[in-house]
Design a protein around this ligand. Sequence first.
Ligand code: PXP
Length: 238
Amino acid sequence: MRLCINIDHVATLRNARGEMQPDPVTLALLCEQAGADGIVVHLREDRRHIKDRDVKLLRELLTTKLDLEMAATPEIIAAACNILPDLVTIVPEKRMELTTEGGLNVLDNIEHLKDAIKELHKHRIEVSLFIEPDIEQINAASDIQSDFIEIHTGIFANAGSLEEEFEELEKVRLAAKHAKKLGMGVNAGHGLNYQNMKTFRNVPDIDEVSIGHSIIARALYVGLPAAVKEMFEVMKTS
Ligand code: PXP
């Protein structure tokens, strides 16, 4: 299982003072040096955390992989085709949300997403769709030539009981297996942390996890390289 680190929260902290520190680009490079397999940034329409300058520098400096999380709007698709990330992860985006709140409804937006994927493929950019662990959504993602899915793990992460956690994990497990059978890569993310990873790490068929908040929060206590290494330790399957 590969680990990609979302550094949006570093940009949020920087922007709180409108100054240059902490610099998300420098810290992304530190994540890479600590072994991260890639960096994820969400370029929002309102640029509330990651800025165009950050993405441009990341594209230039990263030696692993740049995963650009984004909404499928014309302006952001054009920006992606200019930046040329290794992967675009399409997410639903609402202005007022604190973070991405759930998966895309691929079935309800099939033509729009199909066109977005076509455009990104024209620029040789691979595409992932952030969706719930739902078989119909996965089939729709496959129908429109998505290269990957990213399974939303937020419901698993926020489960109120062991029973609910088990049920959600089972949905993720079946979803990942199904997507693999259809030939897609399988990423997962949202709410994964040092505790729930002890359970999550046993799910087969997950190629990559995308983790932000828990690692950046842990970094305040132990430093970023140590926080990244601790997560790799937890990710090792038992
Ligand atoms: N994957 C997606 C699609 C997301 O929107 C986010 C949150 O930015 C993450 C993964 C990472 O979630 P977290 O910050 O809870 O680890």
